[in-house]
Design a protein around this ligand. Sequence first.
Ligand SMILES: Nc1ncnc2c1ncn2[C@@H]1O[C@H](COP(=O)(O)OP(=O)(O)OP(=O)(O)O)[C@@H](O)[C@H]1O
Ligand code: SF4
Ligand SMILES: [Mg+2]
Length: 308
Amino acid sequence: MTALLKVTDLVVRYGLGGRAVAAVDRVSFALNAGETLAVVGESGSGKSSLARGVAQLVRPHAGIVQFDGTLLTGAKGSRLVQARRGLAMVFQDPVASLDPRYTVEESVAEPLRVHSPRLKSHERHQAVVTMLSQVGLGPEYLTRYPHRLSGGQCQRVAIARAMITRPKLVICDEPTSALDVSVQARILLLLKQFQREQGTAYLFITHDLAVVRQMATHVLVMYRGQVMECGQVSALWDVPRHPYTELLLRSARSFRVAPREAASSPVAHAGCVFEDRCVRAQARCAVQAPALLATQGGASACWEAVST
Ligand SMILES: Nc1ncnc2c1ncn2[C@@H]1O[C@H](COP(=O)(O)OP(=O)(O)OP(=O)(O)O)[C@@H](O)[C@H]1O
Ligand code: SF4
Ligand SMILES: [Mg+2]
């Protein structure tokens, strides 16, 4: 199967010259149509930067992003708009992700104005009404502004806005972490429903490891901008091969250190970036970085995982 999204050696840097740090450091992965790849890692590990680099909201320093047979990296202006037609994003803060000056109808209709400019206004209106009903909001919400909506309702509007062009891929950056648990569950069900009905693929960033099992078939574990481990959720969550994945899972299970609490800023490092926290580190780990090599059910960037 040809991947819907193929990312090769992506690098996202912030800052200039010698002070620039790679928030995303040579990350590669593929995502098939209709599947969900979860991205996990501590705060600062580069998850949002990866999302922004994939969507070209920040220009990657290096690497290739191919989406639905088209090269996103390097595309500009109308060519980029065209290439991104089948891609949408849902962000963590539902209130901030909506323009406070726009009514619900204006917000949800906006992607249609950009991508389907030939639609007549009554057709656009009908598409918005239908879309809102799919996310559980009646026509009484059309004229409301974001400040008159709850967080959960705002996220439903943001999802309606993302889904109205029937995208093949939606990048979700912690879409439920700002919401109450019961609202979270309903939003996740809604996203799953779209996947079943429309074959939507998700690149799903989360710090909630239970959500990974619920939403994703595959997972990418990031630390300091790099991929530590990737593969099928069923394989990795049962038998993690990388010490960092082990730590994440153990922490989440014992509720000692939530993955979000520890900071994982990018560093310039000749060896393994996890070496200073790794209980299995050996002498070569400090000087030689392990490549991401195949293990059972995935791939792991660890000398130990490779040799066991
Ligand atoms: N606009 C920016 N300018 C400079 N540095 C940035 C910028 N955005 C992110 N960074 C840095 O890049 C690194 C990765 O940040 P990023 O937001 O991608 O992490 P994250 O995994 O999404 O974290 P969180 O879980 O807290 O959302 C961090 O060190 C962060 O401080
Ligand atoms: S390469 Fe070495 S330091 Fe890095 S995770 Fe594996 S054992 Fe630990
Ligand atoms: Mg983030």
